[in-house]
Design a protein around this ligand. Sequence first.
Ligand code: HEC
Ligand code: HEC
Length: 278
Amino acid sequence: MKIVPHLIFVTITLFVISAKKLHAQKAGNEIFKETCSACHTVGKGKLIGPDLANVHNHLTLDYFTKFVKSSQSVIKSGDKYADSIFNAYGKMAMPDHPQLSEEQIKSIYDYLKEASGGGAEEAIPEEELLPGDIERGRALFVGNLRFTNSGASCNSCHNVNIAGLITGGALAKDLTQSVTRLTETGVAGVIKGLPYPQMKETYAMHPITPQEVADLTTFLVYVDEKSAIKTGNYTGNYMLLGGGGGIVFLLSLYSFFWFKRKRQAVNKSVFSRQIKSA
Ligand code: HEC
Ligand code: HEC
């Protein structure tokens, strides 16, 4: 009868080990979804960053860990590979992930390996982008229309340059040519996936609905195309923006003065923050 406690012990140990293993795998998958999938797919092609299927074939865990923690530090260290891929992706910097432990990064690495081998079953399902509306997108962007879940308007941080008027803040990147930089899918991915901490903070508790993502993306595609007109290679219908004129004009004028007043200090603080994190 002595064997019973032993059996119980072995069973419990086995259970704990397998539960831990299961947990680690699940964590890799989940961390990837939360932290990386706005910019990367596994086997579904390039998004903002490269497709990470089979990344284990050309990156060791050690290199992967350093890169995910801070790709810019790897680039600055003079690493040729990191520099070439940075240039290949239009010098779009991947954000640092100081919040991830080595163990968590390893679980992502393991997940990627598994998901590449096992085919698409673990891949994130691609959602079709709904048809969007330029005017609604613009109204949401500048704050003339409230978000369903009352998130802040985009122009509290971002500027877009439409019809030569400055309409927004300088806390974050100008989005006039975001579609050229990231592609339409990429822009939608950012608005949906919130890969940047500042945006996540703003919208995590106030989710942007799929329709709003579509409207904003459509607006940004429009702004991007329109900005190309100025360089003379697009002959689209840009009188469309004429509608709704007066209010937008006044608002823009207002933001213009606000922008001028704030611009230097804010830019400077963003600049020094970037220098610090670089
Ligand atoms: C905001 C977009 C963005 C997010 C979020 C992001 N990445 Fe990236 N990633 C990029 C870009 C862009 C590149 C291309 C290299 C560069 O620009 O430095 C890249 C490159 C990589 C590479 C090198 C790929 C190769 O083939 O050598 C790896 C590995 C990688 N990312 C892993 C991750 C992981 C893991 C996460 C989540 C923890 C993540 N990335 C989150 C944009 C992103
Ligand atoms: C609290 C400030 C804040 C708000 C509000 C905000 N963003 Fe952002 N956004 C950022 C920051 C910070 C980045 C990272 C890039 C940078 O440093 O400018 C970013 C990046 C982006 C990018 C990628 C830009 C690129 O070309 O690399 C897109 C697209 C974007 N935001 C769209 C939006 C949209 C659409 C809204 C409104 C729903 C919005 N953002 C609201 C702060 C904000």
